[in-house]
Write a protein that binds this ligand. Structure first.
Ligand code: ADP
Ligand code: MG
Length: 381
């Protein structure tokens, strides 16, 4: 076991890394963050910020020398970086798992080869793959295999001609072409899995997206227990097949009454932010625990929760050219609401700047309270 006050390494300086730093600090650990952005939220909260690229040899050497173990908040860390660090210190999750999750072709192929239900898709490497694609896939979504997030690197296409134009627009980078599914609901399961294969799944969350970005998460999801159990079993099965050690986020579609895996994230997940306030152990504390070889914490949810993301658009509500601080008093006056702002340097439309979670007991109108607070702060549908 790695015990406090040991130093832990974090690859990536975004809000997920920042929450890891805060959880590690509470437990008495020190954290070194590697991120090329001088103003990264996690870097600014860390004991030491290595402001360098993820493949910077000197920075990696410093991480390996100062840290007892290293983890990531970012799936696009180069596999070589993780492999290199793993020669010196425990690295969780490992490069192989991250490689599967960071490439939609590897991810979809892995899932379907192992018998996990996914929606119909085709791998697109060249124009000829689009010409050969099953016409039943249309209308479809073309997604670049790498570096897409929050709906970026995706195009909705009605037919082959549109798909070809979109593929050109993506500079003919490798893609997956997915059938556009009619979604009854989107859900996710975030779980922790340790090196002995023990798992602690968090309750399934129900997610709604706006413009491809997570907007609202309701936990637990409003689905029947059998379906929630099935989603959880799928997530556990995927983690086991990967030999995964760390926090895994599994996004699922409920389509035509069936659960299909959408994608997996080798890190804490935005839809797991409710665990910070509503569970005995948060996804970030769990990440610290697994990294340090501590026993898994209790993942039980003690309050119903609704999380709402706060995007940079809110800062430009009054005037598209100048940013204004949103009127936080409108949120802070709600007693059961927990506000989390990530202290990002600049607000930009579409950028995740913070979130809030409304907590409540059974029978309390948490969804209404959260949706009213969402309107009060200026989020428009
Ligand atoms: P990312 O989260 O990396 O941006 P996703 O593949 O999860 O990419 O897509 C973002 C959102 O777009 C999904 O949560 C879902 O709302 C919608 N979406 C993606 N693929 C499909 C699909 N095949 N059918 C219907 N909706 C989709
Ligand atoms: Mg997604």
């Amino acid at each position: 076991m790695i015990l406090p006050p040991a130093t832990l390494g974090m690859l990536g300086g975004g809000q997920l890394g920042r929450f890891f730093v805060l959880a590690a600090h509470e437990m008495g650990y020190r954290v070194v963050v590697l991120d090329p952005d001088r103003n990264s939220p996690a870097g600014r909260a860390a004991d030491e910020h290595l402001c360098a690229a993820f493949d910077d040899v000197e920075a990696l050497e410093r991480l390996a020398q100062t840290c007892a173990a290293v983890t990531t908040e970012f799936e696009n860390v180069p596999a070589d970086t993780l492999d290199h660090l793993a020669k010196f210190i425990p690295t969780r999750p490992n490069a192989e798992c991250v490689a599967v999750a960071q490439n939609r072709i590897a991810e979809k192929t892995f899932l379907s080869d192992r018998g996990f239900a996914v929606g119909p898709f085709a791998t697109i490497i060249a124009m000829t793959d689009l010409e050969a694609a099953d016409p039943a896939l249309f209308p479809a979504v073309l997604k670049v295999a790498r570096f897409g997030y929050d709906g970026k690197g995706q195009a909705r296409v009605a037919n082959v001609a549109e798909a070809k134009a979109a593929f050109d627009g993506f500079k003919r980078e490798p893609c997956v072409l997915e059938k556009m599914l009619a979604l009854d609901m989107e859900v996710s399961c975030v779980l922790a899995r340790d090196s002995a294969g023990r798992v602690a799944p968090f309750p399934v969350a129900e997610n709604s997206h706006t413009g491809g970005i997570l907007d609202v998460s309701i936990a637990p999801a409003r689905i029947d227990g059998a379906l929630a159990a099935e989603a959880t079993e799928m997530a556990i099965g995927i983690a086991a097949e990967l030999g995964y050690v760390g926090i895994l986020g599994v996004e699922l579609f409920l389509s035509g009454g069936r659960l299909l895996v959408n994608e997996i994230a080798p890190r804490p997940h935005n839809s797991g932010h409710y665990t910070i306030d509503a569970c005995v152990t948060s996804q970030f504390e769990q990440q610290v625990r697994i990294l340090c070889g501590l026993p898994l914490g209790d993942a039980r949810q003690h309050s119903r929760a609704v999380m709402v993301n706060l995007l940079g658009d809110l800062w430009y509500r009054k005037d598209a050219n100048h940013s204004h601080e949103p009127e936080w008093s409108r949120l802070l006056r709600v007693p059961g609401l927990k506000l989390h702002l990530y202290r990002k340097h600049h607000a930009r439309p579409g950028r995740k700047m913070g979130h809030f979670t409304v907590l409540g007991g059974l029978g309390e109108p948490v969804i209404d309270l959260a949706m009213n607070a969402r309107t009060a702060i200026g989020i428009v549908d």
